[in-house]
Design a binder for this molecule. Structure first.
Ligand SMILES: Cc1cc2nc3c(=O)[nH]c(=O)nc-3n(C[C@H](O)[C@H](O)[C@H](O)COP(=O)(O)O)c2cc1C
Length: 153
């Protein structure tokens, strides 16, 4: 569950912000690895629940019956039912982490569900499979209609 910005494509890098008081931060600092997962609308309740509960207090996988599959290049698991998964390793930048809770990570493997990723692009065959984007306090948006732009002139 992360605020994530794409920084680069070759090699692919992301910037993620992980607050200091989270269990995720503890795990990330020890392992140097994480998985960015893209949940669909049908996982809205689970996304909100795990995003507002700490792994310091409860084993979320057990408490919320979260099924997972092993990742290929990192130790963190892939959550079943998500639309896409980015396995990533931290590119150490201690000052950014200390001052801004910001981590640069390099994507080492990427996966997407064939139901929503076809010919190199996302398609959403049903509303329940549309990707979920958090606004605030459990209020989410889902991805809307696709738009194909034409070059002007
Ligand atoms: C949709 C959603 C997105 C979130 N994104 C982030 C994030 O990018 N960075 C962060 O530090 N916390 C984020 N949070 C808050 C953490 O999920 C929350 O602090 C959680 O309790 C941390 O769990 P942990 O202690 O097991 O890591 C998000 C919460 C939600 C619901």
């Amino acid at each position: 569950m992360t605020a994530t910005v794409v920084l680069d494509f070759e090699p692919p890098k992301l910037a993620v912000v992980i607050a200091q008081d989270t269990f995720t931060r503890e795990l990330l600092e020890v392992s140097g690895e994480l998985v960015v997962q893209v949940p669909p609308r049908r996982l809205a309740d689970l996304t909100w629940t795990v995003g507002s509960t700490s792994g310091s207090d409860v084993d979320k996988f057990d408490a919320f019956s979260i099924a997972t599959s092993p990742a290929s290049k990192v130790g963190a698991p892939l959550i079943d039912g998500c639309l896409a998964w980015l396995e990533a390793k931290v590119v150490p930048q201690p000052a950014l982490a200390k001052d801004y809770d910001l981590f640069l990570v390099e994507v080492v493997a990427a996966w997407a569900d064939d139901a929503v990723w076809q010919h190199g692009a996302f398609v959403f065959p049903s509303d329940e499979l549309r990707s979920l984007h958090h606004q605030s306090k459990g209020h989410f948006f889902v991805t809307g209609a696709a738009v194909d732009a034409k070059r002007l002139g």
